[in-house]
Design a protein around this ligand. Structure first.
Ligand SMILES: Nc1ncnc2c1ncn2[C@@H]1O[C@H](COP(=O)(O)OP(=O)(O)O)[C@@H](O)[C@H]1O
Ligand SMILES: [Mg+2]
Length: 273
């Protein structure tokens, strides 16, 4: 990765981080998330793993306001944020990326990043009319920030291409770039490594680590790539059938037979023994 300064924006707020307590969500008769509780400590990189269908993405959708929980409570730095809308959470510095990237496919990569920062004066026709200088100044600032972010992500060469023309891996990087442009102190990444080639994956891990150490960004990462989780995460939470099965350091998680059983089924584990 190029030696590029991590684009700075709002410093990570001090505080305890994200706390999930007793969250449940059913779809019809299916209990997709079942009484889930865990913390994502401020400044940590916390992994969220578990087999497909465990409820990980549903939980992310609840935390970030895309779905409403049936019960439970979510706090961000000790403030109750349960059921807040995604844009309210965005303003409080909590954003997510999607398992399937949600870029504006017809906008250029640069534009995809430039539309993220909130409260741009150009969005208000009165300000745009009365203070064109202010609008230009802020646009230039956002443009530079987007260019720096794309340079950090190694996407400068494709900055003018429609985002929909990029590879799956590059689109994942655009998602990360959009999260960076939001200046959020807490970022939830849903399978950032899926469909990303090994070289890009190593770069992505490095970028996450640098954003964490140099910018103070807190991450919660859903990922199936265990090498990535092991190298990045301080704490790993394992979900199975909607519930938290266990949590701790990856060295402990690896030895836990219940985790293997959750992935493979207990009969497969017995067959391995
Ligand atoms: N919108 C929905 N409507 C009905 N069932 C859903 C919906 N979203 C997820 N589910 C179901 O909830 C369970 C958990 O899904 P999901 O949260 O996507 O798991 P994971 O991300 O761990 O693979 C699955 O059985 C899935 O089919
Ligand atoms: Mg998922």
């Amino acid at each position: 990765m190029k030696d590029i300064v991590v684009p700075q924006s709002k410093a990570a707020p001090p505080g305890t981080g994200l706390s999930i307590k007793g969250i449940s969500k059913s779809f019809g008769g299916l209990r997709a998330v079942d009484n889930c509780s865990f913390d994502v400590k401020r400044g940590s990189i916390t992994g969220l793993i578990g087999p497909n269908g465990a409820g990980k993405t549903t939980l992310f959708s609840i935390i970030t306001g895309f779905l409403s929980p049936d019960c439970g409570r979510i706090t961000l730095d000790d403030v109750d944020v349960t059921r807040l809308a995604p844009h309210d959470l965005f303003h409080r510095g909590l954003v997510r990326t999607f398992q399937i990237p949600h870029e504006f496919s017809k906008l250029s990569v640069l534009e995809n990043l430039m539309v993220v920062p909130a409260n741009q004066p150009g969005e208000n026709p009165i300000t745009a009319w009365l203070r064109p200088g202010l609008v230009r100044e802020r646009e230039e600032q956002v443009f530079q920030e987007a260019r720096n972010t794309l340079a950090f992500l190694g996407l400068e060469k494709v900055c003018d291409l429609p985002a929909g023309n990029l590879s799956g891996g590059q689109r994942k990087l655009v998602e990360l770039g959009r999260a960076m442009m939001s200046g959020a102190g807490t970022v939830l990444l849903d399978e950032p490594g899926a469909g990303v080639n090994p070289t890009l994956l190593a770069q992505l891990s490095q970028m996450i680590m640098r954003l964490n150490s140099e910018r103070g960004t807190t991450f919660c990462i859903i990922e199936h790539n265990m090498d990535m989780i092991t190298s990045l995460c301080d704490t790993v939470v394992v979900m199975s059938s909607g519930s938290v099965l266990t949590q701790g350091h990856m060295s402990q998680i690896k030895k836990d037979d219940r985790v293997l059983a959750a992935y493979l089924g207990s009969s497969a584990v017995r067959a391995l023994q």
